[in-house]
Ligand binder design. Structure first.
Ligand code: G6P
Length: 470
């Protein structure tokens, strides 16, 4: 593929939608809602996806994968440490998640963040056709809209933040707060998961920049920037068709048999991240067993933890904490041949996840803070017979839509234990009523609606200039 390939639709994200384990391995399509939402649109428009291949490797040529042009951005070993593990995942990630771990501020991490953002912006400028639409994704690339607008004023730029946008008191800690706000304001549309996120952003713009925002509208040097919520969702048809597949239903029955036929199955599925509240969930489960209302013969928890960012200290610590708790609970409440917690630390393909969703009577989604949480939506979408109960943290974006779940405060261990109990003993008629309503809610807005709405908002932005410097 020629280096000069250009398109009128460009996605820019930290990660490519394909990944490989080493520079010589085969490319594989990455899982995830964002990839399945954007791929059909990109194929239709012969779009381009610019991103990192996931390993520190030298520049690789753009290539075609499954009808999509993928443009890899090289990131060096030092940049993986400073831009990705450092500024993105040890400064921004904890700060934007309620500072539930202390964010670290280092000037050399910031410099690396600026340099890598510039590289992504230059790539986008090179590969975007005249008046193209460029969709920039997530917290790793908040400077890209501003940099790109300077390089290419003809473009229409959308930015979408997949994680929470923090309140003023937290964001104000960031030594580079104005630079980040100005970076985001380079976009025509700045999208958030929730209304609160959008409101936080507009308040911060009013406080820390010379620009003025009212409601969703911000004026930046005479240009209109729209800041509002576009809650992301899932590919409901895909989940439903997997859930209807007899082979997957058989796999679900097998899982139930393996953990002991008659037991009530509780399930957790998360990246192994300190924001997900896995430790407090385990403590609440332990309380439930200690209360004597249940024992290893009648309840079991399957906890699937997907390894993530394993070179960052806080991720090593949460793994140790979780694994210690699992050991303690199994040691205290287990019997030979029967463990109360089945713990898997691995990434499962979507069909196996759906089999686990079908096997679970109760789904536990209890993050301390989460931008949206698609696992909660996937669980409900897979319950084709309206069975199953969802326990959901109030502090997820999903809670704003899924208010028929059993909502919990993930900091309140006793309250969570009570909620688990409520889910376990809930009469069938009430479970069905709640799950039917949850499923209807999810069906109403799928990830395709998200993509259409977001792209539609970007399309409405009026371009300021024709052409632009390359
Ligand atoms: C969150 C972020 C994504 C990120 C994903 C996996 O969902 O919003 O941008 O890709 O976590 O994390 P990783 O660091 O492995 O890309």
């Amino acid at each position: 593929m020629a280096e000069s390939i250009q398109s009128d639709l460009v996605v820019v994200a930290n990660r490519l939608p394909v990944h490989r384990s080493s520079p010589t391995a085969q490319w594989e399509t990455s899982p995830g809602g964002l990839v399945s939402a954007l791929m059909p649109i990109l194929r239709e428009h012969t779009g381009i996806w610019i991103g990192w291949a996931g390993t520190a490797e030298p520049a690789t040529e753009p290539f075609l994968h499954d009808g999509l042009s993928a443009v890899p951005v090289p990131i060096s070993t030092e940049e993986v440490r400073d831009y990705y593990e450092g500024f993105s995942n040890s400064t921004l990630w904890p700060l934007y998640h309620d500072a539930c771990q202390t964010p670290q501020f280092h000037r050399h991490w910031w410099r690396s963040y600026v340099a890598v953002n510039r590289r992504f912006a230059e790539m986008a400028a090179r590969h975007a056709a005249d008046h193209a639409r460029v969709l920039v994704q997530d917290y790793h690339l908040q400077l890209v809209p501003g940099m790109l607008r300077e390089m290419r004023p003809d473009l229409r730029i959308g930015f979408f933040l997949h994680i929470p946008f923090p309140p003023q008191e937290l964001f104000a800690q960031l030594p580079w707060r104005q630079r980040i706000l100005e970076g985001l304001l380079g976009a025509d549309v700045v999208g958030f998961q929730t209304k609160v996120g959008a409101q936080n952003f507009v308040r911060l713009v009013n406080r820390f920049t010379p620009h003025r925002g009212v409601g969703h509208a911000i004026t930046v040097d005479g240009r209109h920037v729209e800041a509002r919520e576009f809650p992301i969702s899932i590919d409901v048809d895909r989940i439903e068709s997997l859930a209807a597949d007899p082979a997957i239903a058989a796999k679900a029955r097998e899982i139930r048999e393996e953990v002991g036929g008659g037991r009530t199955v509780l399930l957790g599925v998360d990246r192994l991240d300190y924001t997900k509240g896995i430790d407090n969930r385990l403590r609440a489960f332990s309380e439930l067993l200690a209360s004597g209302r249940h024992d290893v013969d009648d309840i079991v928890l399957i906890q699937i933890s997907v390894p993530s960012r394993e070179s960052v200290d806080e991720y090593v610590e949460i793994r140790n904490r979780v694994e210690k708790l699992v050991g303690q609970i199994n040691g205290e409440f287990g019997e030979v041949g029967a463990s109360p917690v089945h713990y898997l630390r691995r990434n499962l393909p979507l069909d196996e996840l759906v089999a686990h969703y079908l096997a679970a009577d109760v789904m536990l989604v209890t993050p301390i803070r989460d931008g949206m949480n698609l696992v909660a939506k996937e669980y409900c979408a897979s319950r084709l017979d309206d069975s199953g109960a969802l326990v959901l943290s109030e502090f997820t974006g999903a809670a704003a839509e899924l208010d028929r779940a059993i909502l919990v405060n993930p900091h309140d261990v006793d309250g969570m234990a009570a909620a688990f109990e409520q889910a376990i003993v809930m009469p069938k008629a009430e479970r069905t009523r709640r799950m039917r309503s949850l499923r209807q809610r999810i069906r109403r807005r799928t990830v395709y609606d998200w993509a259409t709405d977001f792209l539609g908002a970007v399309d409405q932005a009026a371009p300021l200039a024709t052409g632009g410097p390359r």
